[in-house]
Design a binder for this molecule. Sequence first.
Ligand code: NDP
Length: 289
Amino acid sequence: MSKQSVTVIGLGPMGQAMVGAFIDNGHEVTVWNRTASKAEALVAKGAVLAPTLRDALAANELVVLSLTDYDAVYAVLKPVADSLSGKVIANLSSDTPERAREAAKWAAEHGAQHLTGGVQVPPPMIGTSDASAYYSGPEDVFNAHRSTLAVLTNTDFRGEDPGLAAMYYQAQMTIFWTTMLSYYQTLALGKANGVSAKELLPYASMMTTMMPHFLELYAQHVDSGEYPGAVDRLAMGAASADHVLHTHKDAGVDTTLPAAVAEIFHKGMERGFAENSFSSLIEVLKKQG
Ligand code: NDP
């Protein structure tokens, strides 16, 4: 059986890697990009550059989008919305869960099915066994195209709500950005004290290897709604968060991040959680009411 042919719209680093993976796996690929010159190397590899966007859409049922964000998605698709009927749009552009839900509705209004995707790896990993992406949307549509999409990444279907793949993606990015910023904050503190990034690296890495244990323990607290403070009272944590803040202040480095952390601890104290585990801070952070 011949492999499913596919259209890829958007040829940034990610879209280019995706087209390469499809071609390497024997799929015929039609491409389109606002800046057509980005297709040159792919055409040399065997991709077909559609003369117009409408031609690109007409070429295949499965249309993979790899655009900067959903503003770009609408900028590209709105002028040709009447060509979307019958298409399956695997939208691997990043944006918020709400925008993914709106886009699914918008696509349906134009007769298309929308699969939200959230790619978790950088372009060089596309097509490797370590690559993964979240998907959500109509499960039957996803299943019908899963084997083709699996050429790009392992596929982790998160549910029918089109917002879910974007939610999982943004949840992961929340951890990534805050962890990386806390790392940079630590390196700034080290530099202010004459300690290089290289010297701090093994100690920073050691902290991250301890994290899975804490994540598991505190997931139980959060799901049970019980925050026993036998070994990690919030009052102790608040004092520690203040020490961290003052250490950074004394070192003369930017204190935006440690100040925000200390503020959250003190909100918990004001809510009366001093004797609970510091996992009680979820009560401060979660949606109220
Ligand atoms: P880029 O922003 O580099 O390129 C995206 C594409 O969007 C380009 O083809 C660009 O066209 C097009 N584009 C942007 N705005 C418009 C517009 N207004 N009209 C028409 N086309 C437009 O992104 P990447 O390739 O790096 O990533 C694509 C998606 O994948 C993003 O949503 C990103 O968040 C996600 N992702 C990226 C990762 C990465 O490491 N790069 C990792 C995981 C996810 P043109 O070439 O003409 O400028």
